[in-house]
Design a protein. Structure first.
Length: 310
C-alpha cells in the first residue's frame, strides 16, 4: 500500500508494481460536492487498484461522496481521521475526529449503505493527551461496530496544537507495538500499519504482526524502492526494469498530459527522487527543478534531464 498524492505521481508509481494499492490525496467532501468533481476524481485505469481518501465529518455528505467515488471507478473509500493540520481541523475532520468515534462510526455506516465498495479508516494512535491504549481500543471498537473492517493506523499520536503536519510525521514517537496489540485483540479486523517505514526488512517484520503496511514518504522520496515489491513481497520472478526504462514507459503519459494542458512541473515534481543516490541524480533533479516550471517547458526538458543519467 502507498499513501499518495495527486494523479500524476500515482500514475508514475503504478509502473513499479501491479500489486500495490494506491491512495489518492485527501479530497474534501465540500470540494467534491460543490467543485470540479470530474477533475478531482480523474485518474487513469492503469493506476488501479486505487482508493479515494475523503475529508469530512458529515455522514450524509460522506455517503454522497462515496457514491461519486464508486461511480468514478475507485475500489475503496478511505476516511481521513489522521491529518493534524490547522486547515483540516478548522473543517472539523482529520485527526480531531478521533475524539468523536461515534460520529466516525455513523459516517462509515452511512457510506456503506450508499456504496458497494469497502469503506476504510486511516487514523492515529490518539490525539494530544488522549493517547492511551484504552483510547485507541475504544475508538477501534466503536468504529468497527459501525461496520468498518479495515483500519490503517499511523503508529504515532497527533499533536493538534503546536506542531506542523511535517513535525507530526516525525516528532511524536512511533509505538508499533500498540498497533500489533490492536491486531492481536481484534483478529477479525484488517489492520494496516503506517509511519516511519523505509525498507523491506521493516516491512517483513511488521507483516508478522499485522495484515499489511502502508508506505508514504519513502515511496515519494525514493520511488525506485517499489520496483522490488513484487519480487520481495509477492515472490514473483520477473526482474524489475531500470530507472530509465520505467521513466521511458511513463513518457507517453507525460506527452498526453502536456497536450491536455497540464503544466510540466505538475508531473516532474514527482520524479525528483527517481535517481536518488545514482550517478547524475543530482543533475537530473536540478535540471527539472530549474526548468520545468517555465511556461514554455515541454517534454524536451525531461528528455534533457534524462541525458544526465543515461
Amino acid at each position: 500500500m502507498m499513501d499518495w498524492t495527486d494523479r500524476h505521481d500515482r500514475m508514475f508509481l503504478r509502473q513499479f508494481s501491479k500489486h500495490a494499492l494506491l491512495y489518492t490525496e485527501m479530497v474534501t467532501c465540500g470540494a467534491l460536492l460543490f467543485g470540479d468533481t470530474e477533475y478531482l476524481l480523474q485518474h487513469d485505469l492503469s493506476e488501479q487498484p486505487c482508493a479515494l481518501q475523503l475529508g469530512g465529518s458529515d455522514p450524509d455528505q460522506l455517503a454522497q461522496c462515496a457514491v461519486l467515488g464508486e461511480k468514478a471507478g475507485y475500489q475503496e473509500i478511505n476516511i481521513n481521521v489522521g491529518c493534524p493540520s490547522d486547515r483540516v481541523q478548522s473543517g472539523a475532520f482529520g485527526a480531531c475526529l478521533m475524539a468523536s468515534p461515534k460520529l466516525v462510526a455513523d459516517s462509515v455506516h452511512a457510506m456503506q449503505e450508499a456504496a458497494n465498495i469497502p469503506i476504510t479508516v486511516k487514523c492515529r494512535l490518539g490525539i494530544d493527551d488522549q493517547d492511551s491504549e484504552e483510547f485507541l481500543v475504544n475508538f477501534v471498537e466503536t468504529v468497527a461496530a459501525g461496520g468498518c473492517k479495515t483500519f490503517i493506523i499511523h503508529a504515532r499520536k497527533a499533536i493538534l496544537k503546536g506542531l506542523s503536519p511535517k513535525e507530526n510525521r516525525e516528532i511524536p514517537p512511533l509505538i508499533y507495538d500498540r498497533v500489533y496489540r490492536i491486531k492481536s485483540r481484534y483478529p477479525e479486523l484488517e489492520i494496516i500499519i503506517n509511519g516511519g517505514i523505509t525498507d523491506f526488512s521493516a516491512i517483513h517484520t511488521h507483516c508478522q504482526f499485522v495484515d499489511g503496511v502502508m508506505v508514504g514518504r519513502e515511496a515519494y522520496q525514493n520511488p525506485y524502492m517499489l520496483a522490488q515489491v513484487d519480487s520481495l513481497l509477492f515472490n514473483e520472478s520477473a526482474q524489475p526494469l531500470s530507472r530509465i526504462q520505467y521513466l521511458e514507459k511513463y513518457l507517453p503519459y507525460v506527452q498526453e498530459q502536456l497536450q491536455m494542458g497540464t503544466p510540466l512541473q505538475h508531473i516532474t515534481r514527482h520524479l525528483l527522487g527517481l535517481f536518488k543516490g545514482q550517478q547524475g541524480g543530482k543533475q537530473f533533479r536540478r535540471h527539472l527543478s530549474e526548468n520545468s516550471y517555465k511556461k514554455t517547458a515541454d517534454i524536451s526538458v525531461l528528455l534533457d534531464a534524462i541525458a544526465y543519467v543515461d
